[in-house]
Write a protein that binds this ligand. Structure first.
Ligand code: 3H9
Length: 706
């Protein structure tokens, strides 16, 4: 064995007559410019070296390759391009073999597709997830993959972005061989030697014939296009993927590549790509809270949930699904039975859908126990209180927890608004108390706000992040204030929506404008889903402390007074004559709104969809800026992730503050100042927004400041 060239990102080592090229760019061997240069040079040197009979591509570390370097998108491109490198690999006159361990994703799989033979280790995952970043495979993937596995399977992979495991990859003929081994180098060398000894020559994917049956392939393209019409949700790149596959069918390979390149560059330039890439990195940044850098999490195996209502049961299911042992506590037998029933209902639903069998349910529930006795929490590592939203009730639970829990147990409160400092101060161990704000349904929704009170220990915060990892949640660190990050901002833009409703827009117009923007539901649909009674109770509680000079829209109160709480009562802003999915506009609601306008002395005016959006987004962005300014959110990206994962904000827009950057902060500020002319009390520009505009910079600049 002798070492040949040593470009830092691609190591080149001769093993007998096989040149091994190792992609070496931690952590995922992304195909940054150095790797691309290294690969190009190494392939050339292999071609020129008579001692080399074949080339083996492997990845250093855990993965073969995670694809193009996402950090390069949006920056000045540097030669060589990935398509050029990939072409060089496929053109090699000597056989090239890729041995895949870990992941081969995006450009990583495209490199493997350009190799002449592919071997996957057990545990490997392959995929073309570019669509999740607003892109299409841009290094020949849209042309090679359909030729290799046919249009239907190729479209499925590219439109879903899903990863296939090694076995499925073999079934799809995406790889030629599986290896039940954990050393890609050894398995790859053995396979390459075998190929050499059987005189297997160069075999190029571009010459593969899976697109042979033209009418069938065309049918599949049409079917994909039809499906997309129903579910693409405003995304551009899925349409581009279908066009590129169509080009693979209709055009010679080289022309198809040119079409792919054109479509790729179009996607690369789109704000959707910028939004989705922002979301990708932001999801990783939120994990890096200051406490997780300095403290180790406490061990968590035994979890307890106090309260078996919708929230408590959802949290219990989430913990059970993560393999944890869970004890549920309720105050009486009836409530406990209901709590257990709520948990079982989730698993029964899965059985009904064929996603679980009775044995699976029994195995999961073997880790679940229910009790009326707080003493049964003595060994719990983490207790999550999920009783109703009332300070006295919560403090009473914490008093019990303080009495029975072992030293070092983490005591968490699932609250959406309440002051966690006041809860912490009510026990003898405030350093163990933290807020965990789950979103309903808690076993489905990804967001977990980790609310950090003043006296909490750093390792308790780290434990909460570790819990989120185990539960597969997206954690966001939040400071203590009324509503934390999400609900605090929600309260403000909901008011903006109410103001517009009273001033002349119908709730149906407002919902439509926001659905058109990309939200799955508008604010009044959300209110009907959540139930108007909860907000009504909060409004009544806060009535005494409300600023009497502030504008207060009473329409919601009028609906609640009639018992119209939304879906659960069959009517709210909408009528649900045939159940929750049958929302229709309600003329009686419109009449109530009219009457309220008259009572408030308002002459209604018309609102265009763009004005609705401008006001709604300005309110959301302004309060988002306040939340960052006050340190409730660590960075703008924490606000973005909160809204993407907890409030249905369209991911491809990157979150409200990323959207604000794209819209332009001077314009956001100008909008707020324009609206302030009518209602200066409500529309007060955030000091952070003003400062960023003065400095000529944007929210994103704060995401990178250390
Ligand atoms: C593409 O290939 C386009 C081509 O078709 C055409 C081009 C012309 N680049 O997720 P993790 C970072 S588009 C740069 O925590 P895991 C990540 O930010 C690309 N950085 O680890 C994080 O950094 P940090 C198509 C990347 O083990 C660190 O690596 N490919 C990239 O849970 C660890 O990441 C994809 O979409 C990248 N490509 O999961 C794959 N990938 O430590 C995207 C990761 O500073 N990546 N990083 O926070 C993934 O799905 C996962 O990261 C992966 C590893 C499964 C690879």
């Amino acid at each position: 064995m002798s070492r040949e060239t040593a470009l830092p990102s691609v190591e080149s080592t001769l093993h007998g007559n096989i040149l091994v090229l190792t992609l070496n760019n931690p952590p995922v061997n992304a195909l940054g410019v150095e790797v691309r240069r290294g690969l190009l040079a190494a392939i050339d040197s292999a071609t020129d070296n008579p001692a080399v009979a074949a080339i083996l591509l492997v990845g250093a570390g855990r993965h073969f390759c995670g694809g193009a370097d996402i950090r390069e998108f949006g920056k000045t491109p540097q030669a060589p391009t990935l398509p050029a490198v990939v072409k060089h690999i496929e053109d090699s006159p000597k056989p090239v073999v890729a041995a895949i361990q870990g992941v081969a994703l995006g450009g990583g799989l495209e490199v493997a597709l350009a190799a002449h033979y592919r071997l996957a280790l057990d545990g490997a995952r392959l995929g073309l997830p570019e669509v999740l970043l607003g892109l299409l495979p841009g290094a020949g993937g849209t042309q090679r993959l359909p030729r290799l596995i046919g249009a239907k399977a190729a479209l499925d992979l590219m439109l879903s972005g899903r990863h296939v495991n090694a076995r499925e990859a073999l079934e799809l003929q995406l790889v030629d061989r599986l290896a039940d081994a954990d050393d890609a180098l050894a398995a790859g060398l053995a396979y390459t030697r075998e190929l050499l000894s059987s005189q297997a020559g160069v075999r190029r994917t571009r010459d593969a014939r899976a697109l042979g049956d033209q009418p069938l392939q065309r049918e599949q393209i049409n079917a994909a296009r039809e499906q997309l019409a129903h579910k693409s949700k405003g995304l551009l790149s899925p349409h581009s993927i279908i066009r590129a596959v169509e080009a693979a069918l209709d055009q010679p390979f080289e022309q198809g590549l040119q079409e792919e390149r054109r479509l790729f560059l179009e996607c690369l330039d789109s704000p959707q790509r910028a939004g989705l890439v922002h979301a990708f990195f932001a999801e990783r940044e939120v994990l890096k809270a200051p406490e997780t850098r300095i403290a180790q999490p406490r061990p968590i195996e035994q979890v307890a949930v106090v309260g078996g209502g919708t929230m408590g049961a959802g949290i219990a299911v989430s913990a059970l699904d993560a393999g944890l042992r869970v004890t549920m506590i309720e105050r009486d037998q009836q409530a406990l039975d209901r709590g257990r029933g709520n948990v079982e209902k989730v698993y029964d639903g899965l059985i009904e859908k064929g996603r679980l069998d009775a044995a699976g349910k029994a195995a999961t529930l073997a880790r679940f126990s229910a009790s009326l006795d707080y003493q049964d929490l003595a060994q719990a590592d983490l207790v999550i209180e999920a009783v109703f939203e009332d300070m006295a009730a919560k403090q009473a639970v914490f008093k019990e927890l303080d009495r029975v829990c072992k030293p070092g147990a983490v005591l968490a409160s699932n609250t959406s608004y309440l002051d966690i400092n006041a809860i912490a101060d009510s026990v003898s161990r405030p350093a163990d108390v933290i807020g965990l704000h789950f979103f309903s349904p808690a076993n489905i929704m990804k967001l977990l706000e980790i609310v950090v009170p003043a006296k909490v220990a750093a390792d308790v915060v780290a434990t909460a992040f570790e819990l989120a990892r185990k539960l597969r949640k997206v954690p966001v660190r939040a400071g203590v204030c009324d509503g934390f990050i999400g609900n605090r901002i929600l309260a403000v833009y909901r008011q903006a929506a109410d103001h517009m409703m009273e001033d002349g827009a119908s709730p149906y117009q407002i919902d439509q404008a926001l659905r058109d923007f990309g939200f799955p539901m508008g604010p009044f649909q959300v209110a009907d889903l959540a139930g108007g009674d909860i907000g009504w109770a909060t409004r009544k509680r806060k009535a005494a402390t409300r600023d009497p000079a502030a504008r207060y829209v009473q329409i919601a109160d009028r609906l609640c007074e009639r018992g119209w709480f939304g879906q659960k009562t069959g009517r709210g802003y909408y009528l649900y004559a045939q159940g929750p999915r049958s929302a229709s506009q309600d003329p009686e609601v419109l009449a109530i709104i009219e009457a309220e306008r008259a009572r408030a002395g308002i002459t209604p005016r018309t609102f265009s969809p763009s004005e609705i959006l401008r006001r709604y987004m300005a309110a959301m962005i302004n309060e988002g800026a306040n939340v960052v300014h006050e340190g409730i959110a660590l960075r703008p990206l924490d606000v973005d992730i909160t809204f993407i994962h907890g409030y249905g904000f369209p991911r491809y827009r990157g979150g409200p503050l990323k959207y604000a950057d794209q819209y332009g902060l001077p314009q956001v500020l100008a909008d707020i100042r324009e609206f302030a002319e009518e209602d200066p009390r409500f529309w007060k520009p955030s000091p952070l927004l003003v400062e960023l505009v003065d400095r000529g910079t944007d929210f994103d600049s704060l995401n990178h400041a250390d």
